[in-house]
Design a protein around this ligand. Sequence first.
Ligand SMILES: NC(=O)c1ccc[n+]([C@@H]2O[C@H](COP(=O)([O-])OP(=O)(O)OC[C@H]3O[C@@H](n4cnc5c(N)ncnc54)[C@H](O)[C@@H]3O)[C@@H](O)[C@H]2O)c1
Ligand SMILES: O=C(O)C[C@H](O)C(=O)O
Length: 345
Amino acid sequence: MMKQSMLRSLHSAVSRRSSHLTRRGYATEPVPERKVAILGAAGGIGQPLSLLMKLNPLVSSLSLYDIGGTPGVAADVSHINTRSEVVGYQGEDQLGKALEGADVVVIPAGVPRKPGMTRDDLFNINAGIVKSLAAAIAKYCPHALVNMISNPVNSTVPIAAEVFKKAGTYDEKRLFGVTTLDVVRAKTFYAGKANVPVAEVNVPVVGGHAGITILPLFSQATPQANLDDDVIQALTKRTQDGGTEVVEAKAGKGSATLSMAYAGALFADACLKGLNGVPDVVECSFVQSNVTELPFFASKVRLGRNGVEEVFGLGALSDYEKQGLENLKAELKSSIEKGINFANQ
Ligand SMILES: NC(=O)c1ccc[n+]([C@@H]2O[C@H](COP(=O)([O-])OP(=O)(O)OC[C@H]3O[C@@H](n4cnc5c(N)ncnc54)[C@H](O)[C@@H]3O)[C@@H](O)[C@H]2O)c1
Ligand SMILES: O=C(O)C[C@H](O)C(=O)O
């Protein structure tokens, strides 16, 4: 058991306003001030994500924006005795203040699926929300790293890119579709079948974030396990259908919120680490890409002081994965084009 004194010093290290942290612990390096803004902070994802970001010692200022409900969420979260100052902003006239000076903007704003819907069915509502939020980001914090959670990610990321291009602020290194939940799921499901400790598992997930565009590369999973083809196929399908599994279980009350908040917090933390100069921060994300002929594609990326420092290629694929890659291209292409066309209307 952790000694009381150790707990106390861990706690005070987390609480200190100008913390001194290293990559994996608490030591000598001063930690820069970092503002994180969450847009959609009062929602199903937004609230637990706000909690998790409040627990992150890399955050000095936490800005919680939504069209309603943020004063309550901010008051609640602000009582937690960790480093960051929390401010809630409500309504469009406060959006500028919410964004000013942000280093990382996380966007879980928009409607979630109900049973029977695809993510693309959310396009009509969420595309407009994302377009207006992206315009505000271009105006108030054009250099922020943008973590797009709102669905359909395969289209909302291209929408944001187009809005930024029009505003003259587009930097492909700073725009990310958050696909971390696909990786989180693939790791969990793989660990169960391979009977290995889940904390040790790594599985890249590439492509996009909807149905067959989600392509987990179990042939590259570590620790290696000799799983039969039918098991790999079942794992692939379960990862692709993970979102639907939750939507159906929630039976009309929304989609993944808690696991998504966890995944979103992981990805935002990776962005902050990269900004702070921590080396070798690698996560999968849906970014502008040359890995395939598609202009956006999820693969492993190295995060650094400028956002995306390197987009990694796919590595060796099994025949099953090669086929999956070919199968996803048409759908992903059309979702990307749909986003681009919408933004340019
Ligand atoms: N990328 C992923 O892996 C992933 C995972 C889960 C959910 N999602 C998506 O995240 C989105 C949010 O899901 P949720 O369950 O939190 O939904 P929710 O309805 O519970 O919350 C959405 C929040 O967005 C707010 N909002 C709406 N318009 C806004 C605007 N213009 N500006 C700011 N906030 C606005 C709402 O007021 C609400 O609080 C959905 O589109 C969902 O599909 C993505
Ligand atoms: O499935 C959804 O609609 C939400 C999200 O994209 C998910 O993967 O859980």
